[in-house]
Design a protein around this ligand. Structure first.
Ligand SMILES: [Zn+2]
Length: 695
């Protein structure tokens, strides 16, 4: 009986021993919280885990880290079996001496057990549980593996868990790059030293122990003691938040993006620098994106200019928010017209016109921004000057159906309504699109058409949008759209001035800017050329400076296009009677149409320019006269005066559009040497010309 109970006891002890060593341990999930970086590895954002920490799991533990950790936590680590009676005894003695708990006597293995258990406290039950788990860890893992678990699971302060994040957070380097002094400093942190001063004191103690334990030589010790620790100035960045949130993916721990963090910062700085100007226009938000035409990657992406500004919806991403694009859609109307046989020399009527709409009996009468009409306008000038009437006239020729199909094909995916729904407003930008789509669509042109449109069309549109002379008659010269390298650019303003846009491209980059309010508050004193354009200018310059490019033609000229002379007014091949001759990139044609508008007796415009409201016709003088300058006059340029102050004021007997040497111009015409033909054209197709000489 007695023997039986002894055997039973023995068996129980063995079973208990087996259970202690071999029982289950909590599952360990190697945890790495995500890091989102730019194209060069610069950190854009590091979100926190649900527990409010950042972590990174590593498998190989650097020797410096291993040595410093053992010196700091458990100098007999390699000699005990998970629990260290010597350490417990020493801790007890210390605690009795100080009459309070100053040392725990826990081994590294016990601490790993504690970190693995969800609810560990300082109770005796917890201590026993930790000791049991420590036994199981020792049974299943090598010492080096247990050490790796510890440095991956230990908290190092500043919301970091694990040595890898801690190295990066405190010293801006990887764990394997830590010096002895740095490794010793970090090894001091899991015990929560409280202040940096106490952490440094503990670091010295750890270095001391490392030397005493022969982990480092006396020379290493001296070097480590002498090292002045340089800490990372710590803040966790949030660069390009609008872009980053699109990419958040819980299944990924490392996300490399296409962004360029430096360019992104520069874009944010540019918006900030224009903030006062934006507010003057009543605009609280600005969205900017920079696109690499070749790789089709986003290089910068700013959604509002102020992600954390709550009053005006800063977290809304203006790059992906559909808005009315205004005139920025016009180039696509012209592109389709060019695909269908129009050329930049084709003349379009900028005269008071009425267009039928889908609604029976309802006609649409488009107006230009300045309320004026410019008579016959070549497509080049009409697009560059962003005139509304010719754009609607073009649309009525090509049809809203085919324009809508074309716009969807170019990438405006949100145009879900029917052509009847949009009507002629389609070319004036009443249909909502996003800045993202707008930029991608312009990039199609920058790439030479990309198979969506012909290279010829892409070249023509690009050549017109990068022609400062062609837009001068509306927008003046100089200013935000002028660059020291070719840039094709277009501005736009939505109906009722809610949105202001500028989009443009070089061969390499496309930049888009939207300015407005997410609550659709109206802008003040804002046209296509204010608000967005100055930001566009600065961003384009910054992007080209940083990423290069900008030299050479944007789109290579197709070999079948040649500079050919045209009559400035009719766009046809000039006859001997044409007073002003321009040139245009045109394909050689076997059928050359000569100008039939100019005769020896003067000019006679086609009927469409004369078909007018009878009331207007009777109310105004029948003949149009250039009043200033007088025909045949000679002007002298004063060499002592600056050029911009020497302008000639052009005047006529009625409101007119001015054409000097075939080029539309403003009323204040800056004097240029030579012989010049000055033509006045009014909205009713009447015309008068004078010739002057400037010396
Ligand atoms: Zn002519």
């Amino acid at each position: 009986m007695k023997r039986l109970s002894v055997v039973g006891c023995l068996l129980s002890v063995i079973l208990l021993g087996v259970w202690i060593r071999c029982g289950p341990i909590p599952q360990i999930q190697p945890q790495t919280t995500p890091t989102i970086v730019d194209r060069h590895g610069v950190i854009l954002y590091e979100p926190l885990s649900l527990g409010g920490t950042r972590s990174k799991w590593i498998t190989a533990i650097p020797d410096n880290v291993a040595a410093a950790t053992i010196a700091a936590e458990d100098r007999r680590f390699y000699r005990h079996v998970g629990v260290d009676p010597v350490a417990v005894a020493r801790a007890l003695a210390h605690n009795v001496k100080h009459l309070r708990v100053v040392e725990g006597g826990s081994t590294i293995t016990q601490q790993v057990a504690k970190l693995m258990l969800p609810r560990a406290d300082r109770s005796l039950t917890s201590k026993i549980r930790e000791a049991v788990i420590a036994q199981r860890l020792e049974h299943r893992h090598t010492k080096r593996e247990i050490l790796a678990l510890y440095v991956n699971l230990a908290p190092y302060g500043q919301q970091t868990v694990g040595i890898a994040r801690a190295s990066d957070r405190y010293f801006g380097c990887a764990a394997e790059q830590l010096t002895v002094a740095q490794a010793a400093y970090l090894a001091a942190l899991p015990q929560r030293p409280g202040t940096p001063k106490r952490a440094l004191a503990r670091q010295r103690l750890i270095l001391h122990r490392m030397r005493d334990l022969h982990m480092i030589t006396a020379a290493d010790y001296r070097i480590a003691r002498a090292e002045r620790l340089a800490f990372e100035r710590g803040h966790h960045p949030l660069i390009a938040p609008h872009f980053v949130v699109h990419l958040m993916d819980p299944s990924k721990t490392f996300i490399q993006t296409s962004l360029d963090a430096n360019l992104q910062r520069e874009v944010q700085g540019i918006i900030a620098a224009h903030r006062a100007d934006l507010l003057r226009h009543g605009a609280h938000s600005a969205a900017v994106a920079v696109f690499d035409n070749r790789t089709r990657e986003w290089l910068a992406w700013e959604g509002s200019g102020d992600y954390f500004g709550e009053t005006f919806g800063g977290a809304i991403d203006g790059v992906t928010t559909p808005r009315q694009p205004g005139s920025t859609l016009k180039p696509f109307t012209y592109a389709l017209a060019f695909e269908q046989g129009f050329t930049p020399a084709t003349v379009i009527a900028d005269v008071p016109s009425h267009f039928a709409t889908a609604e029976a009996g309802v006609v649409y009468t488009p107006r230009n921004y300045d309320g004026r009409y410019r008579g016959p306008l070549r497509a080049r000038a009409a697009l560059a000057g962003s005139e509304n009437v010719p754009a609607v006239a073009l649309l009525s020729r090509i049809g809203p159906e085919s324009l809508l199909r074309f716009l969807r094909h170019v990438g405006f995916r949100d145009l879900n309504h029917t052509a009847d729904y949009y009507g002629v407003g389609l070319t004036l930008g009443d249909a909502e699109v996003t800045l993202e789509q707008l930029i991608e669509a312009y990039a199609v042109l920058a790439r030479g058409g990309d198979g969506v449109v012909s290279r010829r069309t892409a070249f023509w549109i690009t050549d017109i949008l990068s022609d400062p002379n062609a837009r001068e008659y509306i927008f003046g010269s100089g200013g935000s759209l002028d660059f020291p390298f070719p840039v094709a650019a277009k501005t736009g303003t939505s109906q009722a001035y809610h949105d202001n846009w500028t989009v443009g491209y070089t061969r390499e980059l496309t930049v888009g800017v939207w300015v407005g309010n997410f609550d659709r508050d109206e802008l003040r004193n804002s046209s296509g050329i204010t608000g967005a354009a100055p930001i566009f200018h600065d961003v384009m310059l910054a992007a080209v400076m940083r990423l290069g490019g900008g030299g050479g033609p944007i789109v290579d000229r197709p070999s079948d296009l040649e500079r050919q002379p045209i009559c400035a007014l009719s766009g046809h091949r000039p006859s001997t009677e044409c007073p002003a001759i321009e040139s245009e990139w045109l394909p050689p044609s076997d059928h050359v149409e000569f100008c039939s508008w100019h005769h020896r007796e003067g000019v006679e415009l086609p009927a469409e320019y004369r078909a007018l409201d009878a009331n207007v016709r009777t109310a105004e003088p029948a003949v149009l006269h250039v009043l200033n300058p007088p025909n045949g006059a000679t002007y002298l340029i004063d060499p002592t005066l600056r050029r911009e102050f020497q302008a000639l004021r052009l005047r006529a007997s009625a409101p007119v559009t001015w054409i000097v040497d075939g080029r539309h111009t403003q009323e204040e015409w800056p004097l240029r040497g030579g012989k010049h033909t000055i033509t006045a054209v009014d909205g009713e197709g009447r015309c008068d010309s004078v010739t002057i000489t400037v010396r």
